[in-house]
Design a protein around this ligand. Structure first.
Ligand SMILES: Nc1nc2c(c(=O)[nH]1)N[C@H]1C(S)=C(S)[C@@H](COP(=O)(O)OP(=O)(O)OC[C@H]3O[C@@H](n4cnc5c(=O)[nH]c(N)nc54)[C@H](O)[C@@H]3O)O[C@H]1N2
Ligand SMILES: Nc1nc2c(c(=O)[nH]1)N[C@H]1C(S)=C(S)[C@@H](COP(=O)(O)OP(=O)(O)OC[C@H]3O[C@@H](n4cnc5c(=O)[nH]c(N)nc54)[C@H](O)[C@@H]3O)O[C@H]1N2
Ligand code: SF4
Ligand SMILES: [Mo]
Length: 693
C-alpha cells in the first residue's frame, strides 16, 4: 500500500510546536516526518531529531507491557504483568497509603514530556478528585513567567512572525538553532529581505551565537547589569523615548535617576564585557525602532533570573519599540488561548486547601524536608507521567536518596525504561503522540492544533488519558471526564473555550489565535490594571520570595558566585540532538552528541592540566561528575558549559549533571536554577594515571 501523508503536531516541550506532515505506511508504521509547508510559522522546517521520529516511535527498546519490580529498587529487575494486575496494585497502594497517612501522602507528578493539553494535564483531574497533594510547576517556566509578567502584566506580545519585518533581532539568553529552529526561519528572512542584524546575548558561543552579527558573551547571571548599562546609554545618548514612557510606563524619572550610576564601566566590571562592546550594542539597539527582542528561557534559570528578564523587557520600553511592527519583545504567547480546562484538569473539584509542593524540590520533598511538606504527611506514593525527575530535577543525589526509600511506592507511566522508570515499583507502557489524540497550543507562535491518532501503538501501550481513567475507576474518583473518550474531551474543551469544535479544527489543521496588532503591541496599554509597563514591579505580589528583589532593574547579586574553592560558573545549556532527556534513546542523536562533555576555556584547561578530550571531574558540595573536556574559546575564562541532559548511565560514576545543580528556589516564586552553579574542576586522576602508563 502506498504511504499516506497525514497531518500531526509535534508534542515535545519546544515553543515551536511544529505543524507536521507524516508518511504513514499501511496504517501501521510511519516514515519521513516533515514540517507543514503551508503553515506560515513552521514553513516546512523542523528539527533533525523529529524528522527521524520513525527511529523513536518504532524503537526496539520501547516499553510495551506493564512491569512489576522483582529486584532491589533501581536494579532494573522487572517481570511482565497484566494491565489489570498493574492497575490493581497501583490503586491498592494509593488506597492503603491514603487510608494510613491521608490523601496528601500521594503525589501525582508530571511535566511536559508531551505538551498535549489532554494527555499532559489530565493527571490533575485524578489529583483533584482524590485530594492528592498538588504540584507547583516550577521546573521550567516560573522564573521566566515572573520576570516577564513583572513589567508587561500578561503572557503575550508582538506576533513572532513579525521578526521577518525587523531590522534588528536580539536573541537574549536562548539558543533557537538548537531549541526552536523555526525562530531562525523568520530571522533569516529578515536578514535576507531587509539586511536585518542579529545580536545574540549568551555566555557561550552557541549554535545561534555562531551565526550572529554580534555575539555579546557576558558572565552567566549578569544580564541585569548589561540591560542597565544599555538603558543608561539610552538616556545619556537621547534615544530613550520619553514621550512613549510618559504615557506607557510607571516611573521613568525614578528609573533615569537610578540608572545614572549604572553605566557601561560599571556593567563591564560585572559582566566581563569590554566597554566598547556594550557601547556598540547600545548604538545598534538605539538605531532602530524595529528591533525585536526574543527572550529565551535559558538566561532566567538563575537565582536572579526573574530580575534579569524584567530588566531586559524594560529596555524595549525605554526605547519605545513596542508600538512598531517588527518591534518590542516576546518571551511566550501562552496567554492568548483562553482555555477552559475545567474538564481536563477537574478544576471544579479542586480544593485549594490541599498542600502544594515545589516539583523542582522533589529531592527535598522525598527526603522529608519540612519547608515543602509543611505540617502534612511524608510522601509515600508517586504517580509519574511525562517526567524523568531522577535525571532532570536539580540535586540528583538527593532525588535518588528519596527514590531509594523502601516506604515509597512509585508507579511510572513511560515510553522507555528511563532512570525514573528503573527506580519505580510499577512501570506502565505509554503511547506516543501519533498513537493518541490530543490538542496543542504554542508559546512560540499563535496556532492551536489537533494531533490525531494515526497508528496503533505497539504491544499493550496505553495513553495517559486511558491510564488516568482506569485508575479513577478503581479508586472511586468521581468526575465526568473519567467517562469520556479522548476525542470527546478535546471537543468539549474547544467548545467550552470558545473555539470551533474538534472536527472543524482538525479539518482546518490549525486555528490562528493571534491577537490584533494593537493588543499584541500594547498600543492600548500594558496588561496591568494601570495599563502601564512597570519599571518598579510589585515583586511581593508575584511570589513568596519577592521582598528581597531589587525595586528597579539592577544587578541582583545573589548567584552562586565563584569562590577560591569553586572557581567556575557552570551553565548546563540544552543539547541540540536531545530534548531534555527525550531522544537520548536514539542512537543517531547520541552519536552526534558523542558523550557528556564540558566546554572549558583553553587558559583554564592549561592551568589545570586538562588535555583536549581528557576526562575531568567537576564537583561541589552536592556531588561530583566525571565527563570529557573540550577546549573552547567561546566562553569567558572561569565559565564551563555542559550541554545536557545525558542520562546518568553515560556518566562514569553513574550520576548525571544535575548532581551539581541546586534546588534553591529562585525568587520571587521558585524555579530551578540550572545555569547558576559554582563548581570546582580538575583533571581526572584515573585519566592522568592512564596517560602516564
Ligand atoms: N534541542 C533541544 N531543544 C529544546 C530543549 C532541549 O533540551 N534540546 N529543551 C526544550 C525546553 S524544555 C525548553 S524550556 C526550551 C529552552 O530553550 P531556550 O529558551 O533556548 O533556553 P535554554 O535552553 O535553557 O538556554 C538557552 C541559552 O541560554 C544561555 N544562558 C544560560 N545562562 C545565561 C545567562 O545568564 N545569560 C544569558 N544571556 N544567557 C544564558 C545558555 O547558554 C543557552 O545557550 O527549549 C526546548 N527545546
Ligand atoms: N541540567 C539541566 N537540567 C534541566 C534543564 C537544563 O537546561 N539543564 N532543563 C529543564 C527543563 S527546561 C525542563 S522543561 C525539564 C524537562 O524535563 P522532563 O519533563 O523530564 O522532560 P523530557 O525528558 O523531555 O520528558 C520526560 C519523559 O516524558 C516521556 N513522555 C513523553 N510523552 C509521553 C506521554 O505521552 N505519556 C507518558 N506517560 N510519558 C511521555 C518521555 O519518554 C520522557 O522520558 O528538564 C529540566 N532539566
Ligand atoms: S523544532 Fe521543536 S516543535 Fe519543531 S519538530 Fe523540533 S522539537 Fe518539535
Ligand atoms: Mo523547559
Amino acid at each position: 500500500m502506498a504511504a499516506a501523508i497525514r497531518a500531526s503536531v509535534c508534542p515535545h516541550d519546544c515553543p515551536s510546536t511544529c505543524a507536521l506532515e507524516v508518511e504513514v505506511h499501511d496504517g501501521a508504521r510511519i516514515g519521513a516526518v516533515r514540517g507543514a509547508a503551508d503553515n506560515d510559522y513552521t514553513q516546512g522546517v523542523i528539527c533533525a531529531k523529529v524528522s527521524r521520529y520513525a527511529e523513536r516511535i518504532h524503537h526496539p527498546d520501547r516499553l510495551t507491557r506493564p512491569l512489576l519490580r522483582t529486584g532491589p529498587k533501581g536494579s532494573g529487575q522487572f517481570r511482565e504483568i497484566s494491565w489489570d494486575e498493574a492497575l490493581d496494585r497501583t490503586a491498592g497502594a494509593f488506597t492503603d497509603i491514603a487510608a494510613t497517612h491521608g490523601p496528601e501522602a500521594v503525589w501525582p507528578f508530571y511535566y511536559a514530556g508531551t505538551m498535549g493539553l489532554l494527555q499532559r494535564d489530565g493527571i490533575n483531574r485524578l489529583r483533584h478528585a482524590m485530594k492528592y497533594s498538588r504540584q507547583k510547576l516550577t521546573i521550567c517556566t516560573s522564573i521566566c513567567e515572573a520576570g516577564w509578567f513583572a513589567g508587561v502584566g500578561g503572557y503575550r506580545g508582538p506576533d513572532p512572525r513579525e521578526m521577518a519585518k525587523s531590522d534588528l533581532i536580539v536573541i537574549w539568553g536562548g539558543n533557537p538553532v538548537a531549541t526552536q529552529v523555526n525562530v531562525m526561519t523568520h530571522v533569516t528572512r529578515a536578514r535576507k529581505e531587509r539586511g536585518a542584524k542579529l545580536v545574540v546575548v549568551d555566555p557561550y558561543r552557541s549554535g545561534t551565537a555562531a551565526v550572529a552579527d554580534m555575539h555579546i558573551m557576558p558572565r552567566p547571571g549578569t544580564d541585569g547589569a548589561l540591560a542597565c548599562a544599555l538603558m543608561h546609554i539610552a538616556f545619556r545618548d537621547g534615544w530613550a523615548d520619553r514621550a512613549y514612557m510618559a504615557t506607557h510606563a510607571d516611573c521613568p524619572e525614578a528609573l533615569e535617576a537610578h540608572l545614572a550610576a549604572r553605566g557601561p564601566e560599571w556593567a563591564a566590571g560585572i559582566t566581563g564585557l569590554p566597554v566598547a562592546q556594550i557601547e556598540a550594542f547600545a548604538a545598534l539597539y538605539g538605531s532602530t525602532k524595529r528591533s525585536y527582542i526574543r527572550l529565551g528561557y535559558g538566561f532566567a534559570r538563575s537565582r536572579n533570573g526573574a530580575a534579569n528578564m524584567h530588566a531586559v523587557t524594560c529596555l524595549a520600553t525605554i526605547a519605545g519599540t513596542w508600538p512598531h511592527e517588527g518591534g518590542g519583545a516576546l518571551w511566550s504567547n501562552r496567554g492568548i488561548y483562553h482555555w477552559d480546562k475545567t474538564l481536563i484538569e477537574g478544576l471544579d473539584v479542586r480544593d485549594l486547601s490541599v498542600r502544594a509542593m515545589d516539583m523542582s524540590r522533589i529531592g527535598a520533598v522525598l527526603t522529608g524536608d519540612r519547608t515543602e511538606l509543611g505540617d502534612g504527611p511524608a510522601v509515600h506514593a508517586l504517580l509519574i507521567q511525562n517526567q524523568n525527575p531522577l535525571a532532570v530535577c536539580p540535586d540528583s543525589n538527593r532525588v535518588r536518596r528519596g527514590f531509594a526509600r523502601e516506604d515509597l511506592f512509585v508507579c511510572t507511566h513511560e515510553q522507555f525504561m528511563t532512570e525514573t522508570a528503573r527506580w519505580s515499583d510499577i512501570v506502565l507502557p505509554a503511547t506516543m503522540f501519533m498513537e493518541h489524540d490530543d490538542l496543542y497550543q504554542a508559546g512560540g507562535h499563535t496556532y492551536l492544533q489537533i494531533g490525531p491518532k494515526l497508528i496503533d501503538p505497539p504491544g499493550e501501550c496505553r495513553s495517559n488519558h486511558a491510564v488516568i481513567c482506569a485508575l479513577a475507576q478503581r479508586l472511586g474518583a468521581q468526575h465526568p471526564g473519567f467517562a469520556m473518550t479522548e476525542w470527546e474531551m478535546i471537543d468539549a474543551t474547544l467548545r467550552a473555550s470558545g473555539w470551533p469544535d474538534a472536527a472543524t479544527v482538525r479539518a482546518r489543521r490549525w486555528v490562528d489565535a493571534a491577537q490584533p496588532f494593537a493588543r499584541a503591541h500594547f498600543l492600548d496599554g500594558f496588561a496591568h490594571a494601570d495599563k502601564r509597563f512597570h519599571f518598579a514591579p510589585d515583586w511581593t505580589a508575584l511570589g513568596p520570595f519577592g521582598a528581597a528583589m531589587p525595586k528597579l532593574p539592577d544587578h541582583f547579586a545573589i548567584v552562586d558566585a565563584r569562590t577560591e574553592t569553586h572557581p567556575f560558573r557552570m551553565v548546563t545549556a540544552p543539547a541540540r540532538q536531545f530534548l531534555n532527556t527525550s531522544f537520548t534513546e536514539m542512537p543517531t542523536g547520541r552519536a552526534r552528541e558523542r558523550r557528556p562533555t564540558a566546554l572549558i576555556h583553553p587558559q583554564d584547561a592549561a592551568r589545570l592540566g586538562i588535555a583536549e578530550g581528557a576526562r575531568m571531574r567537576l564537583g561541589n558540595a552536592r556531588g561530583e561528575v566525571v565527563l570529557h573536556a573540550r577546549h573552547f574559546d567561546g566562553v569567558q575564562p572561569g565559565v564551563l558549559v555542559v550541554e545536557s541532559v545525558w542520562p546518568s548511565e553515560y556518566y562514569q560514576g553513574g550520576i548525571g549533571i544535575n548532581a551539581l545543580t541546586s534546588d534553591d528556589p529562585a525568587p520571587p516564586a521558585g524555579g530551578a536554577v540550572f545555569h547558576d552553579t559554582a563548581v570546582w574542576a580538575r583533571a581526572e586522576a584515573a585519566a592522568l594515571a592512564q596517560a602516564a602508563e
